[in-house]
Design a binder for this molecule. Structure first.
Ligand code: NAD
Length: 243
């Protein structure tokens, strides 16, 4: 049995993760941690091998350092990581010889949506991303939106068509990640949704993914817990553990 701590266990994702991990025959939850608890001490006391972090953007980086310094493997679902922070954590994981994952999205369908979007971007350089989440989400755009734009940029063979950036209302054209526009919708009732909208010659292509409930993220979390313990590098994106 792989010993797992859930951090952020009182939250919406954390509560589901406790159940999912406990329902997996290869995994067991040895502690539930939340704001105010001493995560480092809990890892040492329980000898946990993996910590799943589902907390808040402002705490994710520090929590991952605590996990690695205590010798456990981080499985990070918390959003809001900057590229520089990921590099620092990857270096720390190498030093500690710990496997780990930072996953902008644990849903297997969302990972496939990003893969298909990167594939389509080779042929359709004109593309915009529209993502929707609940109003409680702290950060915009979503980690998935950013990751999708990064993958599109890496895959595009041609520059996109130039368009006017003359906004009559500021923000009308969305955020810009090196030429890929990302539009963030925040509405009650939505869990997580993303459309990648391509335009071509007299044709359009939409790749859409919907997470209908938080349980859609649980198979990815369980898969990650089992994979990180076999590795000694920290990777970014669930696809790195799926292939
Ligand atoms: N990667 C994914 O697939 C995915 C999917 C959904 C949500 N998320 C992310 O997961 C995180 C949690 O989402 P949620 O909807 O459960 O949020 P939530 O607000 O319901 O829960 C967050 C929990 O973290 C706790 N917390 C806050 N600071 C903490 C700290 N320093 N240490 C320990 N616990 C702390 C809070 O008390 C709360 O119980 C968010 O960052 C969200 O964006 C990721």
């Amino acid at each position: 049995m792989i010993k797992v701590i859930i951090n952020g266990a009182k939250g919406r994702m954390g509560r589901e993760a406790v159940q999912a991990v406990n329902n997996d025959s290869e995994l067991e939850v040895v502690a539930q941690c939340d704001a105010g608890d001493d995560l480092g001490a809990l890892i040492k006391a329980t000898q946990a091998q993996v910590v799943v972090d589902l907390t808040i953007a402002s705490a994710g980086f520090n929590n991952t350092k605590i996990i690695l310094n205590a010798g456990a493997c981080p499985v990070i679902g918390t959003s809001g990581f900057q590229e520089e922070q990921v590099k620092i954590l990857q270096a720390l994981a190498l030093e500690k010889k710990c496997g780990g994952l930072i996953a902008p999205n644990f849903s297997i369908g969302a990972v496939l949506m990003m893969k298909f979007a990167a594939q389509a971007a080779q042929y359709f350089p004109d593309v915009e991303v529209i993502e929707a989440h609940s109003p409680e989400k702290e950060d915009s755009p979503s980690g998935t939106g950013i990751r999708t734009a990064e993958l599109i940029n890496a895959a595009r063979r041609k520059s996109p068509t130039k368009c006017s950036d003359n906004e009559l209302l500021k923000g009308a054209r969305g955020a810009d990640l090196e030429g890929v526009k990302i539009h963030s919708i925040r509405l009650p009732g939505v869990v997580a949704q993303q459309t990648v909208f391509f335009g071509g010659h007299s044709e359009t292509l939409k790749i859409e993914h919907n997470s209908l409930s938080r349980s859609s993220f649980m198979p990815g979390i369980c898969l990650a817990c089992k994979e990180v313990v076999k590795r000694n590098t920290l990777v970014y994106g669930l696809e790195c553990l799926m292939d």
